[in-house]
Write a protein that binds this ligand. Structure first.
Ligand SMILES: Cc1cc2nc3c(=O)[nH]c(=O)nc-3n(C[C@H](O)[C@H](O)[C@H](O)COP(=O)(O)OP(=O)(O)OC[C@H]3O[C@@H](n4cnc5c(N)ncnc54)[C@H](O)[C@@H]3O)c2cc1C
Length: 416
């Protein structure tokens, strides 16, 4: 089948690779000059099935009030309230019950764990290098209340069969030796030994090369202006004023997917939740993290990526605004210099922002649409890097008419 993949972020690129591997003739269109130059460019680098959980959780409203009041606040509301934001916010709140949380977490975990297996298989078959490390991730608790609260998280992890280690201060230092110098700042942590880390941008570019070798045609600097329909089928895509046709179309435009889907009468509940990261060159390896340390107080992740430290966090609600506000960098600078004061050179750090394509229930939207030849792989929110390989594989299975290895019946648009 001839397939047009719209978008070459980590999701579009993994989809294109798996579609080509299944024998399809694939073309990828993206407005950027190369793969992964938007949200997949500088995320926090966690491949973290163990941390896969929806934001919509019991008690979220109260937590949000607390976060908004903090000096280094993990949540920011900009004064750009739109009907889309309100609709999405209400759907998010409707998913905060115990029952919805368990349901949503269960399906996210299913996809994330499968995705980690697919990533492992990809590494074996392609020999990809992307500054990967398989050393787990560590959620760091500065307060007794967080340590006490870990019991609830551990119960959920037990329910879903995810391995973990509850660590005291010495245990955290054994996992992350650089923390020895700041031992008085934390009490303990929860380690997820099955989690991995790696550079999503490097991965996507390396996989795009492999996909190219399988015959995938990447067309960059291609701005998709519209998706056109003819009755119940998609008839083509308008790109830089020219029509492109295929047998099937895959929408993988991250936060921009709802904009292109809306004229087709498809309302995708995906909202752009802005995040920020800094990338700091390492100057003292012994003072740098080994893997990811997630500072639970500030919701900031600090990850070792080769000779760099990636520090990512913040959830800002304010639409499609990519301004790099200086104030948003402060929590990132603070956490990395508080926990790893000797590790990196902050003066040479680069600053970045991206829009997480968030669904209200945390699960991406993967599968068919009411249009017979239009498919979706979008809405991966905070976990697109974690879920990319598995999402690409199941999407390719669905389009090819094969049975996916995991249950995908509740991943599609129909659940809305
Ligand atoms: C600060 C931050 C930290 C994060 N940390 C993690 C993490 O540690 N682990 C994790 O798993 N996930 C993390 N994420 C989430 C992850 O980065 C995203 O879920 C993922 O990158 C989404 O990939 P995507 O391919 O769907 O979107 P994108 O990477 O944005 O790709 C969409 C593509 O569509 C193209 N496009 C859009 N509109 C058009 C158009 N009209 N015409 C042509 N092309 C178009 C864009 O150019 C882009 O290349 C983080 C995100 C942020 C912001």
């Amino acid at each position: 089948m001839k397939i047009l993949v719209l978008g070459s972020g980590v999701i579009g690129t993994t989809s294109a690779y798996y579609l080509a591997r299944a024998g399809h003739e694939v073309t990828v269109l993206d407005r950027q000059a190369g793969p992964a130059l938007e949200t997949s460019f500088a995320n926090a680098g966690e491949v973290s099935p163990g941390y896969s959980a929806p934001w919509a959780s019991p008690g979220l409203l109260w937590k949000a009030v607390k976060w908004l009041a903090m000096t280094y606040r993990p949540l920011v509301l900009r004064h750009r309230i739109s009907p889309e934001m309100i609709r999405w916010g209400l759907q998010l709140l409707a998913n905060c019950s115990d029952r919805r949380y368990a349901l949503n977490k269960g399906r996210m975990l299913r996809l994330a764990e499968y995705s980690r297996d697919c990533l492992g298989e990809l590494r074996q078959t392609t020999g990809l290098h992307y500054d990967q490390r398989m050393q787990g991730t560590l959620q760091l608790f500065r307060k007794q209340q967080q340590l006490d609260g870990a019991a609830a998280d551990m119960k959920v992890l037990d329910d879903f069969g995810v391995g973990y280690e509850l660590l005291d201060r010495a245990g955290c230092i054994a996992a992350e030796p650089a923390l020895a110098g700041v031992a008085e700042k934390f009490l303990g942590g929860l380690r997820l030994p099955g989690d991995e880390t790696g550079d999503c941008f490097k991965f996507t570019n390396a996989l795009a090369e492999q996909a190219g070798a399988l015959g995938v045609d990447f067309r960059f600097n291609s701005r998709i202006e519209a998706i056109l329909r003819d009755g119940s089928r998609i008839s083509g895509v308008l790109v830089n004023g020219e029509m492109h046709h295929a047998d099937a179309y895959l929408l993988a435009l991250g936060s921009y997917s709802p904009i292109l889907a809306a004229p087709l009468g498809l309302r995708l509940p995906v909202y752009p939740v802005k995040g920020y990261s800094i990338t700091v060159p390492i100057v003292d390896v012994a003072g740098a993290p080994e893997s990811t340390v997630m500072d639970e107080t500030y919701k900031v992740a600090v990850t070792r990526l080769g000779d760099r430290i990636r520090v990512g966090g913040t959830a800002e609600l304010g639409g499609y605004d990519l301004t790099l506000y200086p104030a948003r960098r402060r929590p990132l600078d603070f956490v990395v210099s508080d926990l790893f004061p000797r590790g990196g050179d902050l003066a040479r750090a680069s600053y970045w922002t991206g829009l997480r394509p968030m669904t209200p229930d945390g699960t991406p939207i993967i599968g068919a649409t009411p249009y017979a030849n239009l498919f979706l792989n979008t809405g991966h929110g905070t976990l697109g890097w974690t879920m990319a390989a598995g999402s690409g594989q199941v999407l390719a299975d669905i389009i090819s008419g094969h049975s996916p290895a995991i249950d995908t019946s509740d991943l599609g648009l129909a659940r809305y």
